[in-house]
Design a protein around this ligand. Structure first.
Ligand code: ACM
Ligand code: ZN
Length: 526
C-alpha cells in the first residue's frame, strides 16, 4: 500500500469511527441482538414504570442513573418500563430500546435484573458529556447454564465487606447467579458463630504468615497477627446485597479437612485432643475433625447458625483434601469404622459427609461438596464440584447427580495469566490465559447426551494464598471473569478474536468501576 492509500484508508476509518462511535457490545453476548435505526437520548432521570415484582431491577436502574450524573436538561423525558411477560422463561429477558422508551420484559425478578445489567452496560459505554446515546435495538436473551458461579476464599486472606460487595457487583454485571463464599480454612475461621465463641476468639486469627512462595525454602514468616471474621450483621448485609442483584450466596463450611483453625479453637473435636495453632502456612494439613458423635453435635450447631444466615438452597460442606493420618491412629474413628461396618477411612469420610448431608437435607437444604466426596461412596443428594479435572464430574453425572464444573486447569483464577511471570505479581503457579478460559466447554465430550442435563454449570475459583489485597484479587479475576461469563451464559459465543475486541471496548466500564484489571491481553500482543 502506498502512502496516499494508507492515508485515505486511515481517514476513511477515522470517519467511520466518529460516525459509529456507538458501543453495542454486551458481555456476556446475548443470544439475539437486533440493531435498529435511530437513537434514544437520555439526558435526565427517566420515569420508571414497573411491575411490583421488579422493584429490585427498578431500584438498580434508579441507582445506576444517579451515578451517571446526567446533564440536567429537563425538556426531554424518557420512560423505562419493567413489564411482566409470563411467556418468558426463568432468567430470560427482552430489552427493547426505541427512540422514546426502554422496555425490559421478564417473567421473574432475575430476568428483569439481567435485562437491567445489559442496559447498564450500554448506558455506561455510551455516555458522553452528560448524555447517554443508545442505539435503538431489541435484545432477546437467556442463559445456557442455570448455575453460573464465582468463588472467593476469605480464609487465607480476608477483605473488607465493601470489597465483597464490589466483587458481587462484578459478578452481577456479568450475570453470574451464585457467589460461593469460602468461609472456613486452616488459616482462619471467618464466620461469626455465637454458640462457639472460640472459633472467632482463637480460630479467626493466626500469629504469623508465610512470606514469599511456598516453594521458597527455608520458609520465612511474618510474625504479625492476621485475621478477623465477618459478623452475622455483615453477612446478612452481604446476602441481602447479593439477593437484590440476582445472586445467591453459598456458604462453605469445610469438613472434615481444612479445619485446623476450628480444631485449634476446640481441640476436643480433633482426633488427638492436642492444642494446635491456626496454620501460618499454605497446604493440606492432617488436623481434621474427629468422627466421634460430639463433633457432629458441634457441626450441626454450626450449620443451624449458618442456615439462619443464608436463605439459598445450597450449603457447601467442602470435603476436599482430608488426609486420613489422624483417623487411622484414632480409637474413636476406628470405633466408628467398626460400628458402621465401614471398609476403611475413605468410607469413613463418606459416612461423615452422608451423615452431615442427612442433617442438612432435614433442614430443607442441599449439600455441595468437592469431588473427593465421591470417594468411599457419594452422598445420595449431593451436588459435586469437579475440581481435580472433570473425571469426578463425569462419575457423578453417571450416577444422575448434579455437577458444577470447576476443573483446576481452566477454572482456577489463582493461576498466572501470563507466560512470562517475571512481571507478574507472585501467584501459586500454573498458566491459565484468558483464551483458555474462553474456550472452556463445561460439557465433557465423553459424556452421553442423556447425561448433559446433570452438568448444571461451571464456576471460577479464587484461592487467595497469594492475594493479600483486594486489588490483587481484582487483578487475578479481571478480565478473565469476562471469558467465564461467556462460557456459562451465552448460547451465541463469538470467536475469540471478536471477544478480545469486546474486552478492550469494555475497559472503560471496568475503569469506571475502579477495578484493577490485568492488561495481559496487550502484553501478549507485544
Ligand atoms: C480445592 O482446590 N482444594 C477444592
Ligand atoms: Zn478421630
Amino acid at each position: 500500500m502506498n502512502t496516499l492509500k494508507i492515508t485515505v484508508f486511515f481517514i476513511f476509518f477515522s470517519h467511520i469511527n466518529t460516525l459509529f462511535s456507538q458501543n453495542n457490545n454486551i458481555i456476556p453476548t446475548p443470544i439475539e441482538q437486533r440493531i435498529n435505526n435511530g437513537y434514544l437520548h437520555i439526558k435526565n432521570n427517566p420515569e420508571i414504570i414497573t411491575d411490583y415484582k421488579f422493584n429490585s431491577a427498578a431500584t438498580l436502574f434508579k441507582d445506576a442513573i444517579k451515578k451517571l450524573e446526567l446533564g440536567a436538561d429537563n425538556k426531554t423525558k424518557n420512560v423505562i418500563k419493567f413489564s411482566l411477560n409470563k411467556k418468558l422463561g426463568i432468567e430470560e429477558y427482552i430489552l427493547s430500546i426505541s427512540s422514546d422508551q426502554i422496555t425490559v420484559e421478564a417473567s421473574t425478578e432475575a430476568g428483569a435484573i439481567f435485562g437491567f445489567q445489559s442496559l447498564n452496560q450500554l448506558m455506561n459505554l455510551n455516555l458522553k458529556n452528560g448524555v447517554i446515546k443508545l442505539q435503538n435495538q431489541i435484545i432477546k436473551d437467556s442463559p445456557r447454564f442455570k448455575y453460573r458461579g464465582m468463588h472467593l476464599d476469605v480464609g487465607r486472606h480476608m477483605y473488607p465487606v465493601e470489597f465483597i460487595k464490589k466483587y458481587i457487583d462484578g459478578l452481577a454485571m456479568l450475570k453470574f447467579n451464585n457467589f460461593h463464599w469460602h468461609l472456613t480454612e486452616d488459616q482462619g475461621w471467618r464466620i461469626e458463630i455465637e454458640k462457639y465463641p472460640e472459633l472467632n476468639n482463637v480460630g479467626s486469627f493466626r500469629d504469623s504468615t508465610l512470606v514469599g512462595h511456598y516453594t521458597d525454602k527455608p520458609w520465612q514468616f511474618e510474625k504479625t497477627r492476621y485475621g478477623g471474621f465477618y459478623t452475622k450483621k455483615e453477612i446478612n448485609e452481604v446476602v441481602r446485597y447479593a439477593e437484590k442483584r440476582g445472586i445467591n450466596v453459598i456458604p462453605e463450611i469445610e469438613m472434615p479437612g481444612h479445619s485446623q483453625a476450628a480444631v485449634s479453637s476446640y481441640p476436643e473435636f480433633g482426633c488427638t485432643g492436642e492444642q494446635v495453632g491456626v496454620a501460618p502456612l499454605w497446604g493440606v494439613f492432617k488436623e481434621i475433625y474427629c468422627s466421634k458423635n460430639e463433633t457432629f453435635d458441634f457441626l450441626e450447631d454450626i450449620i443451624d447458625e449458618v442456615i439462619e444466615l443464608f436463605p439459598g438452597k445450597y450449603i457447601h460442606i467442602g470435603g476436599d483434601e482430608a488426609p486420613k493420618t489422624n483417623w487411622k491412629a484414632c480409637g474413636n474413628c476406628q470405633n466408628v469404622i467398626n460400628r458402621e461396618k465401614l471398609k476403611d477411612e475413605h468410607e469413613l469420610q463418606s459416612y461423615f459427609i452422608t451423615r452431615m448431608e442427612k442433617y442438612i437435607n432435614g433442614k430443607g437444604k442441599q449439600i455441595i461438596g468437592w469431588d473427593e466426596i465421591l470417594e468411599g461412596g457419594l452422598a445420595p443428594n449431593a451436588t459435586v464440584m469437579s475440581w481435580r479435572g472433570v473425571t469426578g464430574g463425569i462419575e457423578a453425572a453417571k450416577m444422575n447427580q448434579e455437577v458444577i464444573m470447576t476443573p483446576n486447569a481452566t477454572c482456577y483464577f489463582d493461576h498466572y495469566q501470563a507466560k512470562n511471570t517475571s512481571n507478574e505479581p507472585l501467584a501459586i503457579g500454573g498458566y491459565t490465559p484468558i483464551e483458555e478460559i474462553y474456550n472452556y466447554e463445561p460439557i465433557p465430550d465423553e459424556l452421553d447426551d442423556s447425561l448433559h442435563k446433570y452438568i448444571i454449570g461451571a464456576q471460577g475459583n479464587v484461592w487467595t494464598e497469594y492475594m493479600k489485597t483486594s486489588k490483587q484479587v481484582e487483578y487475578m479475576v479481571f478480565p478473565r471473569i469476562l471469558a467465564l461469563s461467556e462460557v456459562v451464559w451465552t448460547k451465541n459465543k463469538p470467536t475469540f478474536e471478536n471477544f478480545e475486541k469486546k474486552v478492550k471496548d469494555f475497559y472503560p466500564l471496568l475503569d469506571k468501576m475502579e477495578i484493577n484489571y490485568s492488561k495481559h491481553l496487550e502484553r501478549l500482543e507485544e
